[in-house]
Design a protein. Structure first.
Ligand SMILES: [Zn+2]
Length: 76
């Protein structure tokens, strides 16, 4: 099996899970306030979207990475 056979090269959800495990080993961290305690998942929107606190601060694990402004699906 090639290294390129890994699921995170073929499935966007798997790619988010892999990137989150690398960048957030202890769990999601808000890029706006650095907190971890008030983060919830946002359903029905972009993949792996999170919200911190009152809901005005939404983010994914790509914030602050080279993937942040990309319109290409993460696994590509
Ligand atoms: Zn926050």
């Amino acid at each position: 099996m090639s290294a390129l056979s890994a699921a995170f090269f073929h499935d966007e959800a798997a790619t988010f899970a892999k990137l989150e495990s690398l960048l957030w080993p202890e769990g999601p961290v808000c890029p706006h306030c650095g907190g971890m305690g008030r983060i919830t998942n946002v359903t029905g929107g972009r993949m792996s979207l999170r919200r911190c606190g009152d809901g005005t601060k939404q983010f994914t694990v790509t914030v602050g990475t080279v993937f942040e402004s990309s319109h290409v699906k993460l696994h590509l």
